[in-house]
Design a protein around this ligand. Sequence first.
Ligand code: GRF
Length: 189
Amino acid sequence: MKKKIAIFISGRGSNMEAIVKNTRDGILTDCCKVSVVLSDKSNAKGLETAQSYNIPTLCVESKGKSRHDFEEELIKALSPFQVDFIVLAGFMRMLSKTFLTAYNHKIINIHPADTKEFQGLHAYEWAFHSKKESTKITVHYVDEGMDTGTIIAQREVDLRGAKSLQEVERRGLKVEHQFYSEVLRKIFK
Ligand code: GRF
């Protein structure tokens, strides 16, 4: 049985697009289906991208709501889709017990650094400014902390010779787009 997934985004959605492409014609074709793409921001560019692939989209605005109310709304909006897993891809909200309990151990995230070394936003900036020779893209389960959940898999990105932040990001994202689907495949098979 193919796993049904929801992908959560807040912006560009390039990881979401890579996963969608792999479900259409790539390594995820036989193991999962993207049932819905959900954003907490109505202007997230990734929503249009998802629509261009005819994937149902939802927006549940987080602005002005308590975390509890926002997450209750998320749960309600998602429930008709009956998804097996939630895949976070550039989703900029922390999730609390309200939501985590509803999808216990079924929420996965990608972080563009080793989560043991660097948590939170701007991980490529951190790698660039600290002149790191490599960084480790991390796929992990989500818990209540900021990038503190159990690590599922990591892949190193060679940053030697990268002269700009753009180059660091370009190298990192190239790996993210391939690696995330590879890890999801292992989880879903
Ligand atoms: C990626 O670097 C991802 O690892 C991080 O946020 C960024 C999202 O990019 N969590 P995109 O929206 O997938 O293009």
